[in-house]
Design a binder for this molecule. Structure first.
Ligand code: GLY
Ligand code: MN
Ligand code: MN
Length: 367
């Protein structure tokens, strides 16, 4: 299966019509990738409302000479322009072709570029359209879900291989474990890592986004691994926490609490549910155990071409879930100076209940 960029551009045109816009200039590189497949480091895209999926002669991508061959290969279905100042060049084109109202990504364009654009083309009416492509990206199509599934599988397989080969043995440092887990993700099909792998052992496991150090894994530790693989530009995100040696009553109690909160959060992932209610479903479990103050972050986030994207699932989150959104559910309880547990999966919101993409067991595992 390949990405249907034409259908995505047509969906954007429908949104532009709703906003009474004749065109939009897209300058966010991830949004350009989503709409065209282009992965270079400089580009702008002019999407013309008058075009359609069948005829796209007024929709233009611009990049510079470094990407002459790449743009022809990755975006064979659109006209391309070559210029260093890609946004500026497309606005000139828009002006020449008599366009009037053009939307732009005001959450991305710098104040200086905006000023320069206004000076360049005073006749054009540039109006702010923040987050329009991100709104489309929030609902994943089948191709995107396939890539997310592959990214999650690479991470699952890497973790299984790490454990099978004794990678989490006592005496290894957090850094050694992190490097090996990252290397294993490449071995299992990743083209990159989603973010710097978190390996946090002992008291460090109480730090939600701890960066790996020379601390050694030791008996009695919680060891928390938060990591993800990149496949086709799509990010996976998972966290598992293990106990080294033997689990005490405290380990079991904390782990069981987070596991129950995570299950409650997953169960609440249904289309139409306010995201704040999803957060509350998990948070209430932790609050009722008297540890609400130790759950230091939101429950989850959307995931896709970026590791963190809409929707944010937290106390202050707004909006409701929709079918096809890919999100994480990742409650944690952190006892400062002692240890903490987080359990995180990547899932897809479906009408019949969430589809789990992270398949590694969440049973308490003692290594
Ligand atoms: N490690 C990033 C996250 O879980 O959101
Ligand atoms: Mn994570
Ligand atoms: Mn996450």
């Amino acid at each position: 299966m390949s990405a249907d960029h034409r259908a995505r551009r047509q969906a954007l045109r429908r949104l532009l019509i709703e906003h009474s816009s004749e065109a939009m200039i897209v300058t966010d590189l991830i949004n350009i990738r989503y709409l065209t497949g282009f992965t270079g480091s400089n580009a702008a895209l002019l999407v013309h409302v008058g075009d359609s999926s069948a005829h796209e002669d007024r929709t233009v991508i611009c990049t510079d000479g470094r990407y002459l061959a790449q743009v022809a290969k990755q975006v064979p279905d659109l006209r391309s322009e070559i210029a260093r100042a890609s946004g500026r060049r497309l606005l000139e084109l828009a002006h020449e072709t008599g366009l009037g109202r053009i939307g732009f990504e005001s959450h991305v364009v710098t104040v200086d570029d905006h000023r320069a654009w206004l000076d360049l083309t005073p006749a054009l009416k540039l109006h702010r359209m923040p987050g329009l492509v991100e709104q489309l990206r929030q609902i994943k199509d089948d191709h995107e879900i396939e890539l997310l599934r592959a990214a999650c599988a690479a991470a699952d397989s890497a973790l299984a291989a790490l454990i099978e080969t004794g990678g989490l043995r006592r005496g290894r440092t957090e850094r050694e474990v992190g490097r090996e887990l990252e290397s294993l993700m490449f071995d299992h099909g990743a083209e990159g890592v989603s973010f710097e792998t978190i390996v946090a052992t002992g008291a460090n496991s109480a730090i939600p986004h701890h960066r790996p150090t020379s601390a050694e894994l030791a008996t009695g530790d919680f060891v928390k691994l938060d990591f993800g693989a990149l496949v086709g530009g799509y990010h996976s995100d998972m966290t598992r926490t293990f106990v080294l040696g033997a689990a005490t009553a405290w380990h079991k109690e904390v782990y069981d609490l987070v596991a129950r909160a995570q299950a409650a959060g997953r169960a609440a992932l249904l289309p139409g549910t306010p995201v704040a209610d999803v957060d509350a479903a998990a948070r209430t479990v932790i609050e009722e155990a008297g540890h609400g103050a130790l759950f230091l972050h939101g429950l989850g986030h959307g995931v896709g071409l970026q590791i963190h994207e809409a929707p944010g699932i937290g106390k202050a989150g707004t909006g409701t879930l929709a079918c096809g959104e890919a999100v994480t559910v990742e409650p944690g309880v952190y006892f400062s100076g002692r240890g903490g547990v987080r359990i995180e999966d990547t899932l897809v919101v479906r009408d019949a209940g969430p589809e789990l993409l992270t398949l590694t067991s969440k049973d308490l595992t003692v290594l």
